[in-house]
Design a protein around this ligand. Structure first.
Ligand code: PGA
Length: 251
């Protein structure tokens, strides 16, 4: 089965209003039509505006970087899934390691956010991945397995088919250290086998598993060439249109 190939840019807390507009326009100028789904993930302030800018561009989609688990309420400073939906958001990045590390998000909470996003007909990009000490202790497959089961195994088959998984080893994020293509393949294969055990072959063969962590134009092709790697979640290199497009084109 042919899986969706996805390259998603996670802008994190970068790009003020004008810089964000300029970046998205520069991406559109360089984007060639293809089967790859290209996603931009700006801060909340950009969403409505960028959804207008990209609405006629085939294969360019919009992601938010987080959302609250409740649909509305007295949660000062938060943004809910229905609000994102009203800005024509397609994907929501959830469980990013920076959310886990700096905002204490645990898989039990992330599971509720996933439910909130799916209920609005949007697609979660669920991030998982181990820290360096976990890998050095040889516990990485077990830990990622726990993350995947705690956040995703309560879903039914219809729901899981709308989830994208991003494997992002924490030691490779923003560090310039990338997992080797073999390390990425090994973990992606492991994640896909867990999905297979829980949800069966059709789901496992159809779910896109992205790699994230210091992906650059120079290493993207080799990583994306691995059979279980279906694209990437790109941080730093998503902030420059030329680099981001070069990564898109290396699929
Ligand atoms: P990086 O970030 O590409 O800058 O390492 C990836 C991510 O955090 O999603």
């Amino acid at each position: 089965m042919k899986r969706k190939q996805i390259v998603a840019g996670n802008w994190k807390m970068h790009m003020d209003y004008e810089a964000g507009r300029a970046l998205v326009k520069a991406i559109i100028d360089r984007l060639q039509p293809s089967d790859t789904v290209v996603v931009v993930g700006p801060p909340y302030i950009h969403l409505k505006n960028i959804s207008g800018i990209i609405k006629d561009v085939t294969n360019l989609k919009l992601a938010a970087q987080n959302c609250h688990q409740e649909n509305s309420g007295a949660y000062t400073g938060e943004v809910s899934a229905p609000m994102l939906k009203s800005c024509e958001v397609d994907y929501v990045i959830l469980g990013h390691s920076e959310r886990r590390e700096f905002f204490d998000e645990a898989d039990s909470l992330i599971a509720r956010k996933i439910d909130a996003v799916l209920a609005q007909g949007m697609k979660p990009i669920y991030c998982c991945g181990e820290k360096l000490e976990v890998r050095e202790a040889g516990e990485h497959e077990a830990l990622v397995g726990r993350q995947v089961s705690e956040a995703l195994f309560h879903l039914d088959k219809g729901q899981i088919q709308n989830v994208v998984i991003a494997y992002e080893p924490v030691w490779a994020i923003g560090t310039g250290k990338t997992a080797s293509p073999e390390q990425a393949q090994e973990m992606h294969h492991h994640i896909r086998s867990l999905i297979r055990q829980q949800f069966g072959d059709t789901v496992a063969d159809g779910i896109s598993i992205l790699y994230g962590g210091s992906v650059k134009p120079g290493n993207a092709k080799e990583i994306f060439g691995k059979p279980d790697v279906d694209g990437g979640l790109i941080g730093g290199a998503a902030l420059k249109a030329e680099d981001f497009i070069a990564i898109v084109e290396s699929i």
